[in-house]
Design a protein. Structure first.
Length: 121
C-alpha cells in the first residue's frame, strides 16, 4: 500500500506541469466549439486500447477545461441521461463510443460521462 502511494506521488510530481497546462489547452480549444467536438478531441488524446494512466488523466483534464468554454451540443445533450441514471449513462456512453469507433471504449465512456454531466448543469 505504501509502495503504491510512493509511485502515485512520484507520478504526480513528474506530471505536475501538465495539471496546469492541459485544462487551459482544453479551455482554449473549447472556445467556439461544441461539447461534442470537445469529446471527439479528448477521445483522440486517449489513443489505443492499452490503458495509459497519463493519457487518461490528460484527456479528462482536457475535456473538463474544454466543456467549461464550449457551446452546448443540443442534439447530443438531448439524449444524455442525468447523473442519477447510472445504468443509462453507462449505456449511453458506450453507444456514443461505438458510434465513434473508439479504440479505447473504457476511456471513451469516461469522457462521455463527463459530457453527460455538463449537459445537465
Amino acid at each position: 500500500m505504501i509502495g503504491m502511494g510512493f509511485v502515485a506521488y512520484n507520478w504526480a510530481m513528474k506530471n505536475r506541469a501538465s495539471f496546469e497546462t492541459v485544462p487551459k489547452e482544453g479551455q482554449e480549444y473549447g472556445k467556439g466549439k461544441t461539447t461534442e467536438q470537445c469529446a471527439d478531441a479528448a477521445i483522440k488524446r486517449l489513443g489505443s486500447t492499452a490503458f495509459d494512466i497519463s493519457k487518461q488523466v490528460s484527456a479528462q483534464m482536457f475535456i473538463t477545461g474544454c466543456l467549461q468554454t464550449a457551446q452546448r451540443s443540443e442534439e447530443l445533450c438531448a439524449t444524455a441521461p442525468r447523473q442519477t441514471e447510472v445504468i443509462k449513462i453507462g449505456q449511453w456512453s458506450a453507444e456514443q463510443c461505438k458510434k465513434r469507433n473508439s479504440d479505447n471504449p473504457q476511456g471513451c465512456a469516461q469522457m462521455f460521462q463527463l459530457v453527460a454531466a455538463s449537459c445537465h448543469r
